[in-house]
Design a protein around this ligand. Structure first.
Ligand code: SF4
Length: 200
């Protein structure tokens, strides 16, 4: 089945004209920073206030992830839930951390010793935002994709439903275990970033 997928991928690459040159262009596009204006609001999530303050009091380390709609984002999201079940971690809400700076959730991110960010692919979307909130040195960032995408088996998978739930859970478990081991040893997970499309 894997061989079949790789053959399909080659066909797709040939069809799209994706080559090493194009891959380099995709990986190295503009690094110019930019801003997004966020509509402010006075309200904060009442439950988020309770949880955020509790997490600050208990000295927990927040874990956030890519919450994107694709298969890779889903694996990162489920893996984040798994990591957050272990001490001293707990699941954080990136929504309030990014858009409600006066919320207890955002305060938790700023006060925590570290924030763990599990991104779904090499785009590192959440990490690129979070490092500007808590500082690069206070963030531990992971790219989930290279942890399970052996032989580029999942490089062409876009929709969550393309992969059965049990297989997704198993992949998320693999990612969570690797991240927990890396956090325990204080060693970064060394892997080459992988493109999310069939070009890799
Ligand atoms: S393409 Fe990358 S950033 Fe977008 S949802 Fe998927 S994993 Fe997340």
């Amino acid at each position: 089945m894997c061989a079949e997928r790789n053959t399909d991928k080659k066909k797709k690459s040939a069809a799209t004209g994706c080559s090493d040159g194009k891959e380099n262009i995709i990986m190295s596009k503009s690094k110019q920073n930019f801003s997004i204006e966020v509509e402010g609001m006075k309200a904060v999530c009442p439950l988020g206030e309770v949880v955020g303050n509790k997490m600050i009091a208990e000295g927990k380390i927040p874990v956030i992830s890519c919450e994107g709609g694709c298969f890779r984002g889903e694996i990162a999201r489920v893996a984040a839930h798994m990591v957050a079940k272990e001490e001293p971690y707990s699941r954080g809400c990136h929504g309030e951390m990014f858009t409600a700076p006066r919320s207890a959730m955002a305060e938790w991110a700023r006060k925590a010793n570290k924030v763990v960010v599990i991104d779904g692919c090499f785009m590192h979307c959440h990490g690129r935002i979070m490092k500007n909130i808590v500082g690069h040195e206070n963030m531990i960032q992971f790219d989930a994709l290279p942890m399970y995408n052996k032989d580029n088996k999942y490089s062409d998978t876009m929709l969550v439903d393309e992969i059965p739930e049990a297989e997704r859970k198993d992949l998320a478990r693999q990612v969570a275990d690797k991240i927990l081991a890396s956090l325990k040893d204080s060693t970064p997970f060394n892997s080459e970033p992988q493109l999310s499309c069939g070009c890799a």
